[in-house]
Design a protein around this ligand. Sequence first.
Ligand code: TXE
Length: 496
Amino acid sequence: MSQSTSALRLKNFIDGEFLAPVNGKYLASPNPATEETHVEVPLSGSEDVANAVAAAKRAFPIWSALTVEERAKYLDRIADLIDERRDELVHAESADQGKPVGLASTLDIPRAAYNFRFFAGIIRHELSVAAPMNPKSFSYVRREPIGVAGLISPWNLPIYLLTWKIAPAIAYGNTCVAKPSEMTSHTAAILAEIFVQAGLPKGVVNLVFGLGSEAGQALVEHRDVKVISFTGGTSTGRKIAETAAPQLKKISLELGGKNPTIVMKDADLDRHMKMIVRSSFLNQGEICLCGSRIYVQKDRFEEFVKRFVAEASALKVGDPAARDTFMGPLVSREHREKVLGFIEEARAQGMELHCGGGAPKGLERGFYVAPTVITPAGKNLDEKLKGLEKFQGSRLQQEEVFGPVVTITPFVTEDDVVRLANGTRYGLAATIWTESLALAHGVAAKLDAGTVWVNGWMARDLRMPFGGFKESGMGREGQLDSVNVFTEAKTVNIAW
Ligand code: TXE
């Protein structure tokens, strides 16, 4: 905690006003590349949350009574303003999170604008179900907004994921209180200015900054918050579910992943290697969809490891403000320690480290970790195959590292790889790399994963359901699914 005067001090956004937290306390949030304080984040408490929820509750009757077209126009205006302030948002996101500006300008910020445009389009075109029951009656479905939505988002894709929640929540007529991650709140504060510029009625979106255990917990506990949409770690998701359950509050949870990348022996590596590497290390591996367990059919294992390590070692790691940087620093010192802890444990267990393992040379300042590739213990392929079960049970193969660390494991048959791929408590995403259509369909059908990509990665079609199997989440979001999260369905039957 600090009270330094040079860093920008953020304010909560409640009822259209920019307000200091009631307790006057702030958290210093560092720039991960320089370790210097980048912004000071309000350490809001339950009073701030209560004020924000009350404002959202007051705004609800007016906002929910607007026509679809009126609400869609606000969303379009917000999207246009995000585009207009794109450079400012890119630099704020990069300095706050550590992601390279090249990525923020091509992925995070355009997607934030698109989230609003997408849901504006959806509500304009959405139809509801109606069906005749007999010659003298028919039924139809009304989709009604729920009220105040609580939106809790993480630090890895800060504005991208925050807007993925705000846009559908308000598109469907709800008002909301959002709590961004305490580690990356800067772009959310700029978004609040955009809401004012767009003329969004006060109280429709409120932003309360602070710790998960305080502001986040208070938001989930609040009785007037009728639905919670959360993206973050699995253990936090479990805590939120426990808090929400006694109130029977609606929740949607997008949680962690330990995603398998399945490389069959017929994979076209000349075409796809760059994408496989990208899927492992984009955003420093801090994307819940990154592949972190690569399984390669044994015939191609040695070749694959060699080519993958060469590509990974050549990635440009460094200053996230430089245009040609591929990987910046990790989000925080604590997270870097956690990631390095996994690598140390792997070393201690005799696993083979092929590259990375610590900060790249010359990048001792900042929370950098070089792209790291690990294979099972053993001098050759046969020894590695023998130790497979033990390797599969290791913490490195079972827990989400959420950093630039991947394992490469050989496998023999299709059945083996399906068993290994499904052998964790997670089930968010998977990729399959093969030239065989039959194999692709067959393996995709057997995987425990909310999304399976074949010969590609991160192609996000927002109309499709997004979410996880097993402990990777509860519920889905996306075109037909966000409507379920953010509305109640009411069936009306009319007889005459
Ligand atoms: O996330 P948290 P953390 C994974 C990743 C990472 C781990 C922990 O493995 O190492 O989770 O990261 C708020 N009530 N992912 O600790 O705590 C918190 O303030 C209400 C995967 O940073 O889950 C923040 O706004 N809210 C992931 C949000 O929850 C609470 C992205 C997420 O933080 C709360 C991030 C509480 N009791 C981490 N406690 C993904 N799936 O993309 C915390 N929060």
